[in-house]
Design a protein around this ligand. Sequence first.
Ligand SMILES: *Cc1c(COP(=O)(O)O)cnc(C)c1O
Length: 396
Amino acid sequence: MSFQNPVFIPGPTNMPEALRKAVDMPTLDHRSSLFGDILYPALSGVRQIIKSTEAEVFVFPSTGTGGWETAITNTLSAGDTVLAARNGMFSHRWIDMCQRHGLKVQIVETPWGAGIPTDRFAEILSADASHKIKAVLATHNETATGVRSNIGAVREAMDASNHPAMLFVDGVSSIASMDFRMDEWGVDIAVTGSQKGFMLPAGLAIVGFSPKAMAALDTATLPRCFFDVRDMAKGYAAGGYPYTPAVGLLNGLKQSCDMLLEEGLETVFARHHRIAEGVRAAVHAWGMQLCAQEEGLYSNTVSAICTPEGFNATDIVTHAADKYGVAFGVGLGEVAGKVFRIGHLGSLTDVMALSGIATAEMCMADLGINIRLGAGVAAAQDVYRGAQGHATQEAA
Ligand SMILES: *Cc1c(COP(=O)(O)O)cnc(C)c1O
C-alpha cells in the first residue's frame, strides 16, 4: 500500500485528487473552440503565478529540460557566449546543454551548497565591454543542493554594469511554490515544468518570454523546430497549436493555477516556508547540517541533508523505499552519497511533512545513525503548532 504514502522527492510531486481528475478527460478536438477555453486560462494563470503582466507564456509537450532548450535555441546563435555559475547538478546540466548547442559558456565554478556568486557576475559583466555575453543563466533553486539564489541580486549585478544581456532563469523547482517575480527581477525567460510546483504529472515545459526575449526570436539562428516559439505564437493567435497539444495536462494546468490562486500565492509561499522551517528544525534536532551553506540560501522546496562522514546517504533512500514505501531524493553528482533530500514542494501540508520527518528518523535509526527517535518530529511539531518560527514570513 505504499501508494498511500506521500512522496518526498523534489519532483515529481504529490498530485491532489482534483488535478488527477482534471488531467483525465475525454478526447476533445483541439481545433475546436473548446480547446481555447482550456488553453487561454492556463496561459493567463501561469502569467499571474510568475508575476508578470508583460510575458508571453508558451507551453510545450515536454519537460523542464525542453524549457531550457526552448530558451536558448529561440534567442541565441552558435558561438554566442552565455554566463553561468555551476553550483549543482541542474546548473551543470543546463551548461552542458548550451555547450552541446555550440554556445560558449563562461562558467563560474561555485561550491555545491553556495548560491550564484553575484559579485563575480558583476565583475565579469563589467569587464565585458564589447558585450560578448548574450545571456546570463541562473538556476533560481538548485534542486540538488537545496540552495535558493537571489535572482533580484543577479539583476542588480547586470544593471550595475549596464550590461544588455538577457536573463534566463530556471525556476523548475521554485515556480508555484516559492515567490518568483518575473517583471520585478527583469527576467527575460522563465522556465518550469508541470511536475513540481504545479502538482501535475510530468509532460509540459512551461516558459515565459519577456518582450526583449521575443525580440530576439528573429535574429537567433540556432536550429529549432519543435520548440520554435514563433510557430507556437502563431498557433496561439489562431486558437491552437502547431501540433497536437497535451490537452489533459493543459486542463490540469488550468485547474492547478486556479487552485494556487484561490489559496493565494502569498499563502502558498508561506505554507512552503513553514513546512521547510519544520524540516530544518528537525535536521537541527538531529545534529545534522544542510548542504546549503547559510540560512539566506535555504530552499523552501527541498532540503539536502548531509549525513555523517563515512556513511552512504543513498542507503537512507533505498531503505525508506524498501522498508517503508516512502520516496526521498538521493544526492546527485558531486554530492552523491553525501546527502539525501527531502522534497517539500507542491501539494504538501504540515501533517504530511511530519510523516516524512518521522520516516527519515526510522530509517536513520535502523541504519545506525545516532539520532533519538522523535527528536526531529518534536522540533517540527513546535514549528507547525506555532510555538516557534511560525509567524516569520519568508524574506524576499
Ligand atoms: C527538475 C528540474 C529540472 C529538470 O526538469 P525535467 O522536467 O526533469 O526536465 C531542471 N531544473 C531544475 C532546477 C529542476 O529541479
